[in-house]
Design a protein around this ligand. Structure first.
Ligand code: NAI
Length: 336
């Protein structure tokens, strides 16, 4: 029986890379009935809202979605549709595996990190005020409940995936109350998991340590804002945003998406690297129990990239999005 999955192609490079993912999944023989929904700018243009009820209802019904990137305008316009989706569906955990892949030119070759980012509060709460002309305020919300939930998620993930250490990243020396609570909750939850090493690091020191030697880290647990920033930094350690996937997870629903954004500078040019979204789709296939297909696609990508001449432009190659997808599909079909 076909799996039913909500598909949000997104905008910018979104439609090009989701097209690639659909081809790859088809080639691997997984039967998915995609329920296409709009969010972000295309939804505002069509329905006047950035996250229409139809989109939320579809995810609530299917429980699972694959999402392309959505543009959020800087300094104006509607609230981020990404943030709205995460809040509305209580997708409190953002999971981002960052792994070196043979054949992808990068600064390090043995990186195997997992970023766990709290996904519902912090400075993303959207509480901003203009106090008086020239004076503004943004409020960072940190609750004990959300801090406990994300800490528990990280420790459970560590146990299930045979990970040994979690580093909690914070700025509790400056934000003594808010990040202090985040750290305190982590330390309390850690007591229930004596088998996992629990340490903490101040975010600035962590950034320096990461770029010096990322192999020293295993799981990084961060609040929403630092999680966003450090994710892009970590992507830069393994070849860039074109190869790092992600999943937004809650108790009921899961929305899979790449770490990168809509890349307006290359949108519509058939230049985007679809690998990050394909890797996100592999996380989705595993969530659906399609491990054999996920493994087959994984091996095919590894082989395709390792050849060294099947690379998209962001990785120093010459292939377009569709040419790279053609090569990958050929490799998958050769394994059928
Ligand atoms: P971005 O991630 O879209 O792009 C940063 C740089 O990386 C650009 O030079 C881009 O060409 C390159 N890049 C990104 N993905 C790539 C890929 N798959 N293949 C090749 N090159 C790739 O970040 P930027 O420019 O800061 O944001 C653009 C828009 O995306 C903004 O409106 C932002 O709010 C939104 N955004 C959306 C996200 C989401 O939907 N989850 C996540 C991050 C940003």
């Amino acid at each position: 029986m076909a799996h039913k999955v909500t598909l949000i192609p997104g905008d910018g490079i979104g439609p090009e890379i989701t097209e690639s993912v659909i081809r790859v999944i088809e080639a691997a023989g997984v039967d998915i009935e995609w329920d296409k929904q709009l969010a972000g700018i295309p939804a505002v243009q069509e329905y006047g809202v950035s996250v229409p009820d139809a989109c939320l209802d579809s995810i609530r019904e299917n429980k699972i979605a694959l999402k392309g990137p959505l543009t959020t305008l800087v300094g104006k316009g509607f609230r981020s549709a990404n943030v709205t989706l995460r809040k509305q569906l209580d997708l409190y955990a953002n999971l981002r595996p960052v792994k070196s892949i043979g054949g992808v030119p990068s600064r390090f070759d043995k990186v195997d990190l997992v970023i766990v980012r709290e996904n519902t509060e912090d400075l993303y709460s959207g509480i901003e005020n203009l106090i008086s002309p020239g004076v503004t305020q943004a409020i960072k919300v940190v609750t004990e409940t959300a801090s406990n939930n994300i800490a528990r998620f990280a420790f459970e993930y560590a146990r299930k995936n045979n990970r040994k250490k979690i580093t909690l990243v914070h700025k509790a020396n400056i934000m003594k109350i808010s990040d202090g609570l985040f750290l305190d909750s982590f330390e309390k939850v850690a007591k229930n998991y004596p088998d996992i090493i629990a340490e903490d690091k101040i975010v600035d020191a962590l950034c320096m340590n990461l770029v010096m030697d990322p192999t020293k880290f295993d799981i990084l647990l961060l609040g929403n804002m630092f999680g966003d920033i450090v994710s892009d930094l970590a992507a830069g350690l393994v070849g860039g945003l074109g190869v790092v996937p992600g999943a937004n997870l809650g108790e009921k629903y899961a929305v899979f998406e790449a770490v990168h954004g809509s890349a307006p500078d290359i949108a519509g040019k058939n230049l985007a690297n679809p690998t990050a979204l394909i890797f996100s789709a592999l996380m989705m296939l595993r969530h659906l129990g399609e491990d054999a297909a996920a493994n087959k696609i994984w091996k095919s990508i590894v082989v395709t990239l390792a050849m060294g001449h099947h690379l998209t432009k962001d990785l120093g190659g010459t292939l377009s999005t569709s040419e790279f997808t053609d090569e990958l599909v050929k490799e998958i079909e050769s394994r059928s």
